[in-house]
Design a protein around this ligand. Structure first.
Ligand code: S3P
Length: 425
C-alpha cells in the first residue's frame, strides 16, 4: 500500500472502534454464566472473532450477531462441552491467555493453537502459575503453543505474577473462580482491570487491595456489557493531532480506564493540550478526550508507566522524533514479545524512513527535531506497527510504501476509512 503525505491538519470528532480488550472479555466471560449474555457495540475484528470461536467451540451459542449486538447463550460453566478439534486463536494473545484460565476448572481437554506469531509468544508466564495451582496444562518444551489443558479441580492460595501483564492476571483470576478455595494474586505493577470490573458486575467476589486481588470461587450471573471506544485505536488520531500544527480532535465515547490512558497523559507531559471528561464510572469509566496541538517536548518513559501505554509505545518513538529534545523509553522489554518484536520493528522501520533512533534492550532513544522521509517499510504482521507507519506516512515528506498493511484487520478493520476522512479525501 502506498500513502501520500496529508496536506491538512486533523480536525473533528471520532467515536473510535469499540474496545478490543473489553469485547474479548464480554465474549469469553459469557461461557461462565448459564443463560443469555449480550455484548453491545462489540468490536468485530479478526482478534475478537478468535474469542467468539473459543466459546462457540465450548458449546456457547451465538444466537444473534449484528453490528450493534452479539447475543450468546451458555449452558453454564459446568455444562460446557469438550471441543472436538484444536481451537485456533489466530493472532490473539488475549484469546489464548484468558482461555487458559477459563478452561482450568472444566472437566475436559482443550487444545489451543494459533498463527505463526502466536505460536512463538511466551506462554510459560500463564502455564507456570496455573500449574502451581494444580492445573494440568502443557505446551511445547519451549513454553509455547499449542497448549493442552485438561480441566479439573485445582486449588487457590497465593499467586505471585512474574510480569506486569493484564492477560496473565486475568487468566489467574478466571482460574480462581473455579478453584477449591480463595486465590490471592500479587501483581508486579497495576495493569488494565477490565476483567476485575466485568466479573464484579457479574456478581463475582473479586476484591482489590493495592497490588493484590482476592478471588473467592463461586458462580456468576450473565452480563450485558456495552463496549466503549478503544483508547488504543484512537491513539493514532491523537498522535496525528499533536503532529499536525493547528489540529483539534475530540474522541467520543472512549474508555477512560486509568490503566488505558497512559498515552494521553504522556501527550500532556510532552506539551499537548489534553482534557478528559468522564460521563460514566461503573463498570468502566467512559467519556471524552479533547486534544489540541502544541509544540512537543521530549520525555523519559520508565517501567512504572509502561503498562498504561504498552500498545502505544511505537507511536511514542514517532512523536519523540518530532519533539524538541530527546525521548527515551526504558523498562519496556515486554514490547519484544508482542505480535512481533515491537522494539525492533519500530526502530528498523523508522530508520528506513530516515529517522535516527537507537534500539535498546528494553526500549529506545530518539532525538527530536527530525522529519520522516519517503521510503518503504514492513508491518511484520503486526497491526499496531502498520497503523503507526500509516501515521508516519501522513507526516512524511514524500510517499511511503507499507508492505503488509492488511494486518490492521486484527484490531481496526475500518482504519483507512477514518484515515481518508481525516485526510480530507
Ligand atoms: C491486553 C493486555 C496487554 C495488551 C494487549 C491486550 C488485554 O497485553 O498489550 O494488547 O486485553 O489484557 P499484556 O497483558 O500481555 O501486557
Amino acid at each position: 500500500m502506498q500513502l501520500r503525505p496529508w496536506n491538512t491538519r486533523l480536525t473533528g470528532r471520532i467515536r473510535p472502534p469499540s474496545d478490543k480488550s473489553i469485547t474479548h472479555r464480554g465474549v469469553l466471560f459469557s461461557a461462565l454464566a448459564r443463560g443469555v449474555s449480550e455484548v453491545l457495540d462489540p468490536l468485530d475484528s479478526l482478534d475478537t472473532g478468535a474469542s467468539l470461536a473459543v466459546v462457540q467451540n465450548l458449546g456457547v451459542k451465538l444466537i444473534e450477531k449484528t453490528a450493534r449486538r452479539w447475543v450468546l447463550e451458555s449452558p453454564g460453566y459446568y455444562d460446557l462441552q469438550e471441543p472436538r478439534a484444536v481451537i485456533d486463536c489466530l493472532n490473539s494473545g488475549t484469546t489464548m491467555r484468558l482461555s487458559t484460565g477459563l478452561l482450568a476448572g472444566t472437566r475436559f481437554l482443550t487444545v489451543l493453537s494459533g498463527d505463526e506469531s502466536l505460536r512463538e509468544r511466551p506462554m510459560a508466564r500463564v502455564m507456570d502459575p496455573l500449574r502451581a495451582l494444580g492445573v494440568d496444562i502443557r505446551g511445547r518444551q519451549s513454553g509455547k503453543a499449542p497448549l493442552v489443558i485438561q480441566g479439573g479441580p485445582h486449588r487457590g492460595g497465593a499467586s505471585f505474577l512474574s510480569v506486569a501483564s493484564a492477560q496473565v492476571k486475568s487468566a489467574l483470576i478466571l482460574a480462581g473462580l473455579s478453584a477449591d478455595d480463595p486465590l490471592t494474586i500479587h501483581e508486579v505493577l497495576p495493569t488494565r482491570d477490565h476483567t476485575e470490573r466485568l466479573l464484579r458486575a457479574m456478581g463475582a467476589s473479586v476484591e482489590i487491595q493495592s497490588d493484590t486481588i482476592k478471588v473467592t470461587p463461586g458462580p456468576v450471573s450473565a452480563l450485558t456489557v456495552t463496549v466503549p471506544g478503544d483508547p488504543s485505536s484512537a491513539a493514532y488520531w491523537a498522535a496525528l493531532a499533536v503532529l499536525l500544527e493547528g489540529s483539534q480532535l475530540v474522541i467520543e465515547d472512549v474508555s477512560l480506564n486509568a490503566e488505558r490512558i497512559g498515552f494521553y497523559r504522556l501527550l500532556r507531559n510532552m506539551g499537548a493540550r489534553v482534557e478528559f471528561t468522564m460521563s460514566q464510572e461503573v463498570p468502566e469509566p467512559i467519556g471524552e478526550i479533547r486534544i489540541g496541538w502544541a509544540p512537543l517536548k521530549g520525555v523519559a518513559v520508565g517501567a512504572d508507566v509502561v503498562p498504561g501505554l504498552i500498545d502505544e509505545l511505537p507511536l511514542v518513538a514517532l512523536l519523540g522524533a518530532h519533539a524538541e529534545g530527546t525521548t527515551v523509553v526504558s523498562g519496556a522489554g515486554e514490547l519484544r514479545v508482542k505480535e512481533t518484536d515491537r522494539i525492533r520493528a519500530t526502530t528498523d522501520n523508522l530508520r528506513s524512513l530516515g529517522i535516527e533512533i537507537e534500539e535498546r534492550p528494553d526500549g529506545f532513544a530518539v532525538r527530536g527535531g527530525q522529519r520522516v522521509h519517503r521510503g518503504s517499510v514492513k508491518a511484520m504482521g503486526d497491526h499496531r506497527i502498520a497503523m503507526m507507519l500509516a501515521v508516519a506516512g501522513a507526516v512524511a515528506d514524500g510517499p511511503i510504501v507499507i508492505e503488509g498493511a492488511e494486518a490492521i484487520e486484527i484490531s481496526y478493520p475500518e482504519f483507512f476509512r477514518d484515515y481518508w476522512r481525516f485526510a480530507g479525501e
